[in-house]
Ligand binder design. Structure first.
Ligand SMILES: [Zn+2]
Length: 287
């Protein structure tokens, strides 16, 4: 690992050609149930997983260690994962129990708090990456609008499928997984905006995309994520939990802004499509 802050005796590294399968095998954590490789970053994918015994597994896509791969991208990937290790080894990474506690306290669905905690950690990690690789383009800066469109398209496909099969679990999983990509990307974007002194107020999207995928609570979330401390800065866990709670409430509001209410119900969740008629009439034109 590249960072001197890492205790590498407690880190296992695995390179794999099937990242998603490896992550699920190493840690069958419900937070990773919807985990899919980060296909939109333009970088090779990796994942860092903390274990209960204090050890950490780092899994990377094998293509990053191939002799033909870009060494700068590989270095960025390993540095990024090393920053996750730094956070986890200081005990500042929210685990499933923390996420559950926050969700119960705020009356939010577990998935919503999970999304917020992942985005917050990505913002912390990526702030260090941007500081170390200032000349490399930050991920997502120009990709957010496209991700917004993809979320909208994914939700439409899920909605149409639901009309045929009536499978609400599938519908829920499709909507939340495409939304999660957008939330995680917002964590990267927050770090990028901080590093380049971009104000959230100055960020604008195509008006249609703005309306169907972003909205005012997205701006609020970005502002919250931009305030996260960089990964190397030790941060009080209570403070981190409070920040994730605020971010989670904003993620919930954002998802409502774009048409879906997701609330806990019994042991599960309830998803409601808000104004489905309006939603379908305004269907995003396919390209
Ligand atoms: Zn990451």
């Amino acid at each position: 690992m590249l960072a001197s802050e890492v205790d590498s005796s407690k880190v296992r590294l695995r390179a794999t050609s099937d990242l998603v399968a490896a992550v699920k095998e190493i840690h069958p954590n419900p937070l990773y149930a919807n985990y899919s490789a980060d296909r939109l970053s333009g970088r090779v994918a990796g994942k860092t997983i903390g274990q209960d015994d204090g050890t950490v597994d780092v899994v990377v896509d094998v293509s990053c260690v191939h002799r033909d791969s870009d060494p700068i991208l590989a270095e960025q990937l390993f540095f990024h994962e090393a920053m996750h290790v730094v956070i986890k080894q200081r005990g500042e990474s929210l685990e499933i129990d923390d996420v559950r506690t926050i969700a119960q306290e705020l009356g939010l669905a577990l998935d919503i708090v999970g999304m917020a905690s992942i985005a917050a950690e990505e913002a912390r990690v990526e702030k260090e990456v941007r500081a170390r690789f200032p000349d490399q383009p930050g991920p997502y800066r120009n990709g957010l609008e496209e991700l917004g469109k993809e979320f909208r398209r994914g939700a439409e496909v899920a909605w149409n499928k639901y009309q045929d099969d009536d499978n609400v679990e599938d519908f829920y999983a499709s909507v939340t997984s495409s939304f999660q990509v957008l939330v995680t990307a917002s964590g990267y974007a927050a770090a990028d905006f901080s590093a380049t002194n971009v104000e959230v107020a100055d960020v604008s999207f195509d008006p249609v995309v703005e309306q169907v995928a972003f909205g005012s609570n997205w701006s609020k979330l970005l502002a919250l994520l931009m305030k996260e401390s960089p990964a190397k800065t030790p941060t009080d866990i209570t403070k981190l939990n409070t920040q994730v709670g605020h971010a989670a409430e904003t993620v919930f509001d954002w998802l409502k802004d774009v048409g879906f209410s997701v609330v806990p119900k019994g042991d599960g969740v309830e998803i409601r499509v808000l104004n489905p008629l309006v939603w379908m009439i305004n269907a995003f034109p396919s390209e």
